[in-house]
Design a protein around this ligand. Sequence first.
Ligand code: ZN
Ligand code: ZN
Length: 211
Amino acid sequence: MGQSALRSSLDGQVENAKMLGLHLSSTTNHPADERRSVKRCWECQRTLPIERFQVDRSRRDGLCAICKECARVRRAAYREKNREKENALARVWAKRHRPYLRVQGRLYYQANSARLGPMKLAARNNRKARIRGAGGTHTAVEWQALCEFYGNVCLCCRRERPLARDHVIPVSKGGGSGIENLQPLCASCNSKKGDRAIDFRLRANNFMSSP
Ligand SMILES: [Zn+2]
Ligand SMILES: [Zn+2]
């Protein structure tokens, strides 16, 4: 590099410094620290303090492009969309596997009524009802008493078969699991009744009170 070239290079650096100085002096109305303390959100276009932005190290300024508030709205919308999608898929699956589920449910019930015994079964049924928001509970003793009251037979076919707790008003229609909404039915009558509200206790009571 020649003498003149070096000089012009130095001049250039001085020029650069001058420009920098000019630039810095032109921003005295907006000090650098103040400019860094706020940021415009891409979504809502508001200029907000940087505390209102999530840290994102992959970005040049280390902050998310949209403010926390907008990010929250986006997340909620995404979750909502996904939930609908998942629920729809679950419904399709359940519809397609209905016969399978029916058999599984029956097998589960048979396996568990033997394993769990009446106490735990009552607790399980109560829990299920609570979860569905139907409300109402009963104890194993109440259930046994009810079965004995009706002669330990199915109130529909009157046969002596293993008895299931049938909800007079089905749980799907808002019926609770209180003892006042239960009647003993065998598994086959219980499944035939489906989700209809049929009170077999009325007929049984008439039958019992007739001479
Ligand atoms: Zn925003
Ligand atoms: Zn029956």
